[in-house]
Design a protein around this ligand. Structure first.
Ligand SMILES: CC(=O)N[C@H]1[C@@H](OP(=O)(O)OP(=O)(O)OC[C@H]2O[C@@H](n3ccc(=O)[nH]c3=O)[C@H](O)[C@@H]2O)O[C@H](CO)[C@@H](O)[C@@H]1O[C@H](C)C(=O)N[C@@H](C)C(=O)N[C@H](CCC(=O)O)C(=O)O
Ligand SMILES: Nc1ncnc2c1ncn2[C@@H]1O[C@H](COP(=O)(O)OP(=O)(O)OP(=O)(O)O)[C@@H](O)[C@H]1O
Length: 511
């Protein structure tokens, strides 16, 4: 892997990014955007909030790509957009690994990680283990334990993206399932990348604020960009703003594949969904549903059938239908589809545990209005004779609107709530919980305060009767709490509930 100066100039020129190129004739052994990772003979891309001082005392940089002359002595390529430049150069440096992979991508406000795990597990079965996964939780480039690492972002920086794709190709992977966030388009992390299939799951207001999107329209526009860069597209016909998203997709695609729940009101009367699904049985630990291809497309010929999904939640049937359609387009056979959904598990998503004499606990990552609403609606349906007892908090110094959103959902769907800490950052968790409590409008909802999250979960379990559901929302298996700028280690909600279960079984449970 090398880049010659000539190549760099040609690549940047080709994308109309170049405003000035140096007259030099050299080759670079490395490419990077982070001064802490520079090696001997690196072409350095100064992007984002880069400061010149970062390169003080750093040796090894032999060329610079930047949007302004920062006063370095090395050959300089001046470009109009450093993030796009990094993407273009990374793709070339890693020898276009994207062209050697079948790539399926999910976007949406909710369900990206879940649907990506569904599709990954199906394709792993269909390709005999030759599938990679780039998700918010893990980035998996091969079959061995050492091929898996924790993700930092939902969609990584372009350099990291192509580097990990190249690693996946090197390990014999043929398919990749990935999540694409709106930020990835906003920050040009996926500039120039094409997908074989792109699926748009849903949209609701989120990620709007400083450092994210200025408006909802901007958020939606960046999500829609996935449709422009996918060869085939799948849309959830039941989502908000469907008509607008469908029209957008139609501008680029003759065929737009859509799905919806059977008997759902059609948002576009002239356009029947390609695929319909319905629930056969929803249980506390899994769900059974049937999918039917209405259009009789040969590309979806393996799709129609009944499936067991190893996760509960009616919204997960939606995610699963999208994953089934995507994997059918990738050529998966129904046997792999059934096996994948039957076996799939996702860290921190809809994990359920039976608690002797204390009902059932759900640990879930739901942390905004749409996801908490879907989760508690499901819980309410599952415990008609019992109470829904929720443990949650809201993060400090970000997503402040979530506090009122949670109060709204709790007022509608919960019987008791244990308000607690959830990444309080530089705020006091007590203050955040007070804001939530003050906005709760249901006088019948019992409110408890316990800022120690482990104690809050244990107290909720102690409170629960045999028919109750304890829903621990917001952190899933997150291994830390953000407190005063420090990632403070935390055993994770699931581990706390598991300990409760073990102690209940042994008869030693106390709070
Ligand atoms: C607002 C935003 O998108 N920022 C991202 C962006 O930051 P940036 O380019 O300004 O980079 P920076 O970290 O401020 O530093 C500037 C440059 O100096 C370099 N540097 C820095 C320090 C140093 O000592 N030496 C040095 O060279 C850095 O490598 C970087 O190239 O590029 C960085 C990676 O190169 C990202 O880590 C960072 O994401 C931040 C941390 C972030 O949290 N973003 C969130 C909002 C995000 O993207 N979330 C979405 C999920 C949304 C969803 O759930 O739908 C995601 O895809 O994860
Ligand atoms: N289709 C859906 N509709 C509503 N809620 C959903 C849906 N799918 C998942 N959820 C809820 O949202 C939570 C997060 O799901 P998931 O991690 O798959 O979404 P995501 O899009 O990756 O989220 P994020 O961008 O926050 O990482 C789940 O734990 C579940 O409670």
């Amino acid at each position: 892997m090398k880049l010659s100066a000539k190549q760099v100039t040609a690549l940047l020129e080709d994308q109309d990014l170049l405003t000035q190129a140096p007259a030099c004739d050299q080759s670079f052994d490395f490419l990077h955007y982070d001064s802490r990772q520079v090696q001997e003979n690196t072409l350095f891309v100064a992007k984002g909030a880069f400061k010149k001082a970062y390169l003080d005392g750093v040796s090894g940089v032999s060329g610079i790509v930047a949007s302004e002359d920062l006063g370095f002595d090395q050959p300089l390529w001046l470009v109009t957009d450093t993030q796009k430049a990094l993407a273009v150069l990374s793709a070339a440096f890693f020898d276009y690994p994207d062209r050697k992979l079948w790539i399926g991508a999910f976007t949406g406000t909710k369900g990206k990680t879940t649907a990506a795990y569904f599709a990954y597990t199906i394709l792993k079965a269909a390709t005999d283990g030759h599938t990679a996964l780039f998700s918010t939780v893990d980035r998996i480039v091969g079959p061995k334990p050492e091929d898996k690492k924790k993700s930092d972002l939902t969609t990584p920086e372009s350099y990291e993206l192509y580097k990990d794709m190249a690693r996946a190709v090197g390990k014999g992977m043929t398919h990749l399932v990935m999540e694409v966030s709106s930020q990835a388009y906003l920050k040009n992390r996926v500039y120039g990348l094409r997908y074989d299939v792109g699926a748009f799951l849903n949209i609701s207001p989120d990620h709007i604020g400083p450092n994210e999107h200025p408006t909802f329209a901007d958020y939606l526009a960046h999500k829609e960009m996935l449709l422009d860069h996918s060869d085939q597209v799948i849309l959830n016909a039941g989502m908000d703003h469907y008509e607008e998203i469908y029209q957008h997709a139609k501008e680029k695609h003759e065929q737009v594949l859509t799905f919806n729940r059977e008997k759902a009101a059609s948002q576009l009367p002239d356009q029947a969904p390609t695929v319909l699904f319905h629930s056969d049985k929803t249980e506390l630990h899994d769900s059974y549903f049937t999918v039917t291809d209405q259009a009789g497309l040969s590309s979806l010929s393996e799709l129609s059938g009944s499936y067991r999904l190893n996760l509960p939640g009616d919204f997960n049937e939606e995610n699963a239908t999208a994953a089934l359609m995507m994997t059918a387009l990738a050529g998966a056979k129904q046997k792999a589809m059934k096996q994948g959904l039957d076996e799939v598990t996702i860290p921190g998503r809809m994990l359920s545990l039976a608690l002797p004499e204390h009902g059932v606990a759900f640990v879930d990552y739901a942390h905004n209005y749409a996801s908490l609403n879907a989760l508690l609606a499901f819980a309410k349906k599952q415990s008609p004779e019992g109470q829904v007892i929720v443990v949650l908090g809201a993060p400090g110094n970000k997503g402040v609107s979530r506090r009122l959103d949670f109060a709204k959902v709790l007022s509608k769907q919960a019987d008791q709530v244990f308000l607690t800490a959830d990444d309080p950052a530089f705020e006091k968790p007590e203050d955040i919980c007070q804001t939530i409590a003050q906005a709760i409008t249901n006088p019948d909802l019992t409110i408890h305060y316990q800022m120690d999250r482990i104690k809050a979960i244990r107290e909720a379990v102690l409170t629960a009767g045999p028919h109750d559901l304890v829903v621990v929302a917001g952190k899933g298996e997150d291994p830390y709490q953000k407190v005063n700028g420090v990632d403070t280690p935390y055993i994770g909600d699931f581990a706390v509930v598991k300990n409760c279960q073990k102690e209940l079984e042994e008869g030693s449970f106390t709070v």
